[in-house]
Design a protein around this ligand. Sequence first.
Ligand SMILES: [Zn+2]
Length: 127
Amino acid sequence: MFKVKLDCLENRGQIATGDAEFCALCKGVFNQLSKLADEGDKQVWLCEFCNHKNEVMIGPEEVPQAPEVTYILEAAAQVEQLQEETKQAAAQQTDTISIVFCIDISGSMSGGMRLSTCKTAVAQQVV
Ligand SMILES: [Zn+2]
């Protein structure tokens, strides 16, 4: 058993507008260190992780300005609702804890009923 400090999750850092730009090949994310180039009338990003040339349309205001950037993936209303539920849950507990489940979904789990058994066990713990 080990303890993981998750208070860094409370500090959201810079909130980015728009969607994150993912590399089409490796799914790496366009970041503060990424370089844009113009090729004719096209804007390209040469992925610094896999060297794949991605055709992008990224405005200057969309270039991340900090080493850590938070992208909002859910609509604001859902986030507010989730935050309210989280506050209510926290109010019910005097000592809040976080439990992280790490599930191996690699090929070794495909034999027999391993993965489905694991999913069932985790679902029973969460409910
Ligand atoms: Zn890439």
